[in-house]
Design a protein around this ligand. Structure first.
Ligand SMILES: Nc1ncnc2c1ncn2[C@@H]1O[C@H](COP(=O)(O)OP(=O)(O)OP(=O)(O)O)[C@@H](O)[C@H]1O
Length: 658
């Protein structure tokens, strides 16, 4: 294809300098040139852009949407001309040794694949195909519905007088008839409650029919999310209205996906794959918004053909750090339901729920397997946090602004750059005076709370090991009452800069002593799974001075880990600071890292300058980390940008189930 000379004139060096490309993308372009020196110069550049797209979470470069990409990134005129030309005649990229069409991709070894207007790195095209096929096969397979289903559903979900459907019951019914189900919902809509009842239902039906138990496994993408599900699921199983033997056959243990699949050091491959499938009948994965395409592909490959897969998650949360937004793609039509008449009638007969308002003429098989929980049991109609999250999702920046401009008992906005005074107040005492007084006299806290608790509750020097464990557990719990969140990693308003600033504030207030790198009270976040220590990416520990057997005090990092006296309880593990190679201080945590965690008070700090990461999903995820109080420290313009900018990840996944 003919290419503008301007496009070539923009050198790779300049593109790297301007941040348009990474060195890796430029190296990929060079690799393409080496593969086919005669290829049009546009192709290596397009290849570099596809590679760059993947770093931003996209699965492909959609040539049909090049303009918005170019506008956002500020690409030069030469590139724009080249992209316009390629978009106008994408088939002219073919045939080439570098690009295969989707029809020929399987038999060709080309590094790029063109599928319609979407240009992929081969690896991602392969994964997208595999995920679409594997889910497509499951959508086509229905489980025989037990004649006892209606009665068991009625037992687990007593009839309500409400006119609207009981979406939790609907989700259970759909999951009981299908091999693949997605249950999405915002915070506190009852995803965990629903899945516990579903497991009770499936296990009851299976045991009645076969006198055997289903092999159920529970998993989550990160250690933190797994620990949270484990603790909430244990409480809920105890309250489940099922026979005691059924209750006993529901597992409490929740594994990370890496552990479930059998991660092997220094390889992307897992012990379990299509030739060594997992031994299970039902797999439930929580916090599914964090699953990237490659991980989903690995899960589906390792899943036995006749097993059920149930994904739980909040479709509106930030997607995975890695490329792909699988849950988002699966849930694109969840809001409107898009059920067909057959599903609506079956539900009417099976559960008594009427979902006619969510029936659509253009229903697809996937839509019949997606249930959205719509009522938050955590945030009532008068909840500031619940209303704010909803307004952000709807993208009404002016309503978000108006809501935050009033005083509330649970949300507060500091309309300023993170200047020293407002940050100090927030960090030390949670900016508590900015909230209207709370009914129960409770108030938002900052980091002073856990540091004072640490000092006040310290056991006597000769106290036994249990007293030190209980103290460490108490410090960790007190730390969980507040977390400062941020959008970026680098810069003064990124995690690095804020961590330095906050440590300075706490040192100044004589709550910590930062003379040395490791000091009592330092909170750290593990940033990589460490199987030898039993610590997972996302685990938070706090450095504490604890006695050894001779009573001499040493600094150790305390973590709350699974594996207490019974399945559902936890124990405290003290780790030598020097053994923690992959960790960072966590007074400030990026919203990405906070996914799967909740805090009594979450405070989100936005930068003072526009950034591509300031999106609606980031704002929503930050807000929904808060259980009781949410504070926002942000200039008004940045709040507006975040509320108005949704994330669009380029992908072909959602189209493959049409
Ligand atoms: N149908 C219901 N009726 C009354 N309370 C409910 C119902 N469903 C859930 N709840 C309560 O609402 C709270 C949140 O439920 P649950 O933890 O299941 O929600 P979730 O969607 O998993 O929350 P999260 O956002 O934390 O993941 C719990 O206290 C639970 O007991």
């Amino acid at each position: 294809m003919p290419v503008s000379h301007d496009a070539q004139a923009t050198s790779m060096e300049l593109a790297i300098e301007r941040g348009w490309l990474r060195p890796l993308d430029a190296a990929f372009a060079q690799f393409l040139v080496a593969q086919d020196p005669a290829a049009s110069p546009a192709l290596p550049l397009l290849g570099a852009l596809v590679s760059r797209q993947q770093a931003d979470g996209h699965l492909c470069l959609d040539l049909a949407a090049w303009e918005s990409l170019a506008d956002d990134a500020g690409w030069p005129a030469g590139w724009r001309a080249m992209l316009a030309e390629a978009a106008g005649a994408s088939s002219s990229l073919l045939p080439s040794a570098l690009v295969a069409s989707s029809d020929d991709a399987s038999s060709s070894g080309s590094p790029l694949v063109l599928d319609g207007s979407r240009l992929y790195l081969r690896r991602y095209w392969n994964h997208e195909q595999r995920v679409a096929q594997a889910i497509g096969q499951r959508l086509a397979r229905t489980h025989e519905v037990s004649p006892l289903l209606s009665a068991q559903l009625a037992r687990l979900f007593p009839a309500s007088s409400a006119d609207s459907p009981d979406w939790q019951r609907v989700a259970c019914a759909l999951a009981a008839r299908g091999a693949f189900t997605v249950i999405t919902g915002g915070p506190g809509t009852g995803k965990t409650t629903t899945v516990v009842r579903l497991l009770g239902l499936l296990q009851t039906l299976h045991r009645k029919e076969t006198a055997r138990s289903l092999r159920i496994r529970l998993a989550a993408p990160t250690g933190k999310a797994a620990a949270r599900l484990q603790s909430s699921i244990s409480t809920q199983i105890a309250q489940l209205d099922v026979d005691s033997d059924v209750r006993a056959s529901i597992p409490h243990q929740v594994d990370t996906l890496h552990r479930l699949l059998g991660a092997r050091p220094d390889t992307r491959r897992f012990r379990h794959d299509s030739s060594h499938p997992l031994h299970l009948d039902v797999l439930v994965i929580d916090e599914a918004s964090m699953i990237d395409l490659e991980m989903m592909s690995a899960v589906l490959a390792a899943l036995p053909e006749d097993a059920r897969l149930i994904l739980l998650g909040d479709k509106d949360q930030l997607s995975s750090v890695e490329a792909g937004a699988v849950l988002g793609d699966l849930c694109r039509r969840a809001e409107t339901g898009h059920y067909d008449e057959t599903t609506a009638q079956w539900l009417r007969e099976t559960t008594g729920d009427r979902i006619d308002a969510w029936v659509r003429g253009d229903a697809r098989p996937l839509d019949q397997h997606v249930a959205m929980l719509r009522h938050s049991h955590r945030f009532g109609a008068d909840s500031g946090i619940g209303t704010l999250a909803q307004r952000v999702n709807e993208g009404h920046a002016s309503q978000v602004h108006a809501l935050l401009s009033q005083r509330h008992a649970d949300i507060a906005w500091i309309d300023a750059a993170a200047d020293a005074r407002s940050l100090t107040d927030l960090v030390l005492d949670g900016g508590a005076s900015r909230f209207l007084p709370h009914d129960g006299g409770l108030h938002a806290r900052g980091y002073r709370h856990y540091l004072q608790w640490l000092q006040r509750e310290r056991p006597a020097p000769r106290a036994d090991a249990k007293a030190w464990d209980d103290w460490a557990r108490g410090v960790l719990q007190a730390f969980g009452s507040f977390q400062l969140l941020c959008a970026l990693r680098h810069g003064p308003f990124g995690a690095e800069g804020l961590n330095r600033q906050i440590a300075g504030i706490l040192h100044q207030a004589q709550l910590i002593d930062t003379t040395h790198e490791w000091y009592e009270g330092r909170p750290v976040l593990v940033t990589r799974n460490d199987y030898s220590l039993g610590l997972m990416n996302g685990d938070v520990g706090i450095a504490l001075r604890v006695p050894d057997e001779q009573g001499v005090l040493h600094l150790r990092v305390a973590f709350e880990v699974a594996g207490g006296a019974d399945d559902s309880s936890t124990r405290i593990r003290f780790v030598l600071p020097s053994r923690l190679s992959e960790r960072e201080t966590v007074y400030a945590m990026t919203v990405h890292k906070s996914q799967g965690s909740e805090f009594d008070h979450a405070a989100l700090v936005l930068p003072t300058e526009a950034s591509a990461v300031l999106t609606r999903e980031l704002l929503y995820t930050g807000i929904t980390r808060a259980r009781r109080w949410f504070s926002l420290l942000a200039p008004s313009a940045m709040l507006r940008q975040a509320a108005e900018q949704p994330v669009h990840r380029h992908s072909g996944l959602h189209q493959r189930w049409s």
